[in-house]
Design a protein around this ligand. Structure first.
Ligand code: ZN
Length: 283
């Protein structure tokens, strides 16, 4: 009897250690991405002469929003068809070289997380944007797993803190700022109800124009830390969820919306992204 009890206790202890190890690994991956090899082979791409080209990049080494990424691809193909764009989809970083990047009108980090590019590729992307290119980021591309100062400064403009967990997905009213570039607000209502995993950042995004925001006092921002309740840090009531800026001759646009597969069926969310892409293609 005593022996059986010992076995049970040791098994329980083993289970706790395993769970703790698994949790730690998951947490590390979400924060830093697992080490990866970087792809350096240049892909062969046939760019159509008459269509603006978009690079849809969904490589992840941190948390992977697999369902959202999968659901986004048919939507980008539809948008491309409707607008006469060429979309090149990849999860390999080899395309991030100066020669090939300059053939794209915009690069979309579609829930890309972690360190996905090597130093040279990062430099190629930053130089491409500053020389007149565009970078659009969706949801996970704004978390804190990227560890890349230029990217964080020029795309995000603030630092990711956490997302709510209780509940993780919450409905909020997305308010559109009518005073921003009208290409970005075209055919959007003044506000709409949207359910998402609302990212909380440490401060308001800096040096950006906010396209849309929610009322941060109407969500429950409790997040990843067990002992801190209602943490909302610097965002407060005015809680931006989409913003843009110019960077050198180029442009960036980021939206923190985009967690679930379902949002790709939301006409207003898709319209916001379509507007953002049209805005990057202007001029
Ligand atoms: Zn998410």
């Amino acid at each position: 009897m005593k022996k059986a009890l010992k076995i049970v206790l040791w098994s329980l202890l083993g289970l706790v250690v395993l769970l703790f190890a698994a949790g730690s690994l998951f947490f590390y991956k979400v924060k830093n991405g697992f080490p990866v090899s970087y792809e350096t082979d240049r892909p062969s791409i046939n760019f159509p002469a008459d269509k603006p080209a978009l690079l849809l990049f969904s490589k992840t080494t941190g948390f992977r929003h697999g369902e959202s990424i999968d659901a986004s691809k048919p939507v980008f193909r539809q948008l491309a068809q409707r607008n006469g764009w060429f979309v090149y989809e990849t999860e390999a970083g080899g395309v991030f070289n100066a020669d090939q990047l300059k053939q794209f009108k915009a690069v979309v980090f579609d829930n890309s997380t972690g360190r996905v590019l090597n130093d040279e590729q990062q430099q190629a992307l930053s130089q491409y944007v500053e020389a007149g290119g565009a970078l659009v980021g969706i949801h996970g591309s704004g978390d804190d797993s990227h560890h890349w100062t230029w990217y964080q400064t020029n795309l995000i403009g603030t630092t990711f803190s956490h997302h709510p967990l209780n509940p993780q997905l919450q409905q909020a009213e997305v308010q559109v700022d009518a005073s921003v570039d009208s290409t970005l607000t075209s055919q959007l209502p003044a506000s709409w109800k949207h359910t998402d995993e609302w990212y909380v950042f440490l401060t308001q995004p800096k040096n950006v124009r906010v396209v849309s925001h929610i009322d941060g006092s109407k969500i429950i921002p409790n997040g990843n830390m067990l002992f801190i309740k209602d943490k909302n840090f610097g965002m407060g009531k005015y809680h931006p969820v989409a913003w843009y800026r110019t960077v050198g001759q180029g442009k960036t646009f980021y939206t923190s919306m985009g967690h679930s597969a379902a949002i790709w069926q939301d006409a207003h969310f898709v319209r916001l992204l379509e507007n953002a892409l049209r805005w990057t293609l202007n001029g």
